[in-house]
Write a protein that binds this ligand. Structure first.
Ligand code: GLN
Length: 244
């Protein structure tokens, strides 16, 4: 088996080591004998939505998000929407998550019209939502407790047909108001959780990878378990700190 990964805007959207998610996906797939091809796609480079199984988009500040608007309007937005509708797996973090939505109105009243691949919108607040946080995903998104780190001014609200990725157990999540975190639409997994999300949440990582393999190959053999002692120690330490 083989999976093709597309890392979108790796040079522009890459906060807090978001790239670690790509490394985790690659290692966990290769350990199961799956061949992994990784392509990077940035400004000026068109994407063929049919060529990839998994798309990864990292986080970025308001400035970087604005820089990308022009490039998205040259056909990339259409390609991304087509891949989403075709049930390709997406992992989108923070600024990349917001970018998949309808629009982002910054805290100082600047409106960025995004690509509308998923029905969510974001409105900036003056107070940033920062810190370690934790959420619980439902069975349709891996049924796991996810520990992460968030840093955003945008408050994201989900439209009809978009489910949350999880329920906030500690911290802010989408908006600090409705207890939701992230978004799930078709095979899009979007979250505010930065950096080393997948390395310290191996259950979620395997769930994403299985979703991509099943979409491509139909039923697959169960994954062989890996030695996740270090990953689980990182996860459990943070879970303990966040559990009051
Ligand atoms: N610019 C967005 C916000 O502050 C996203 C920031 C990020 O990706 N960390 O809401």
């Amino acid at each position: 088996m083989e999976l093709n990964l597309c890392h979108l805007y790796p040079d522009i959207l890459n906060l807090y080591g978001d790239r670690g998610n790509i490394i985790a996906m690659r290692r966990r797939l290769e350990a199961r004998g799956v061949t992994v091809n990784i392509s990077e796609c940035s400004i000026g480079e068109p994407i063929d939505p049919s060529a990839f199984d998994i798309f990864f988009i990292g986080g970025g500040q308001d400035f970087e998000q604005e820089v990308l608007l022009r490039d998205l309007s040259t056909g990339k937005a259409d390609a991304i929407r087509a891949a989403v509708e075709d049930e390709k797996v997406f992992l989108a973090i923070c600024g990349g998550y917001q970018m998949l939505g309808q629009y982002y109105e910054t805290w100082d009243g600047h409106r960025l019209d995004f690509i509308g691949a998923i029905d969510i919108h974001t409105v900036g607040a003056k107070d940033r939502m920062i810190g370690n946080y934790m959420f619980q995903t439902p069975p349709e998104s891996g049924d796991t407790t996810v520990v992460g780190f968030e840093n955003h001014s945008g408050k994201t609200f989900l439209g009809e047909g978009v489910r949350p990725l999880g329920k906030v157990l500690a911290g802010f999540g989408n908006n600090g108001e409705d207890g939701t975190e992230g978004a799930r639409y078709k095979n899009v997994f979007a979250t505010y959780s930065h950096g080393s999300l997948l390395p310290k949440n191996p259950v979620l990582c395997d769930f994403l990878l299985k979703t991509a393999l099943i979409r491509k190959y139909g039923e697959i053999e169960p994954f062989i378990p890996l030695d996740d002692a270090i990953e689980n120690a990182a996860h459990d330490y943070m879970q303990q700190r966040l559990t009051k």
